[in-house]
Design a protein. Structure first.
Ligand code: FES
Length: 146
């Protein structure tokens, strides 16, 4: 193999590497942009009369594969969180008798006030869903802390 061929192969390899890195960055940027757009989307998740104070309902946001929990904490207050436990991904449940959110897998307990960890192994709070009231519609309007 001549010296000229080696240089050509080296240059070609460098171009492939550069092209691969550029493609990876473009793909990551595209995925990030897609997720950001999904996370900022506005979705009507319930109407104010659809759940009584002290009850909850499950909805999906920002994608059909992302379960969340809407809790009516009082007559005029609603909160919503991701339903995926930050420990190992089990679904969490609202427990009105304890006024908290609990994970049955390893005993994780979260605050309904801010999603913070009250007990158990979860390393992070539950991501909170930003809510907006539009008349009688409750609208999911983004994710805080995802
Ligand atoms: S998955 Fe929830 S505490 Fe482990």
């Amino acid at each position: 193999m001549s010296e000229e061929e080696k240089v050509t192969r080296r240059k070609f390899g460098g171009l492939l590497t550069f092209g691969g890195i550029a493609a990876a960055i473009a793909a990551l940027w595209g995925v990030r942009k897609y997720l950001h757009a999904e996370a900022d989307s506005a979705v009507v998740i319930a109407r104010t009369g659809s759940l009584a104070p002290g009850t909850s309902l499950v909805f999906q946001y920002p994608t059909p594969e992302a379960p969340c929990l809407l809790i009516r904490t009082s007559e005029n207050e609603y909160v919503a969180y991701s339903r995926i436990c930050t420990h190992a991904g089990c679904p969490v449940f609202f427990h009105p008798e304890n006024n908290d959110i609990e994970c049955p897998c390893h005993g994780g307990v979260f605050s309904i006030q801010d999603g913070s960890v009250l007990a158990g192994p979860p390393p992070r709070p539950l991501p909170r869903i930003r809510l907006e009231m539009r008349g009688e519609e409750i609208v999911a309007r983004g994710i805080i802390g995802s």
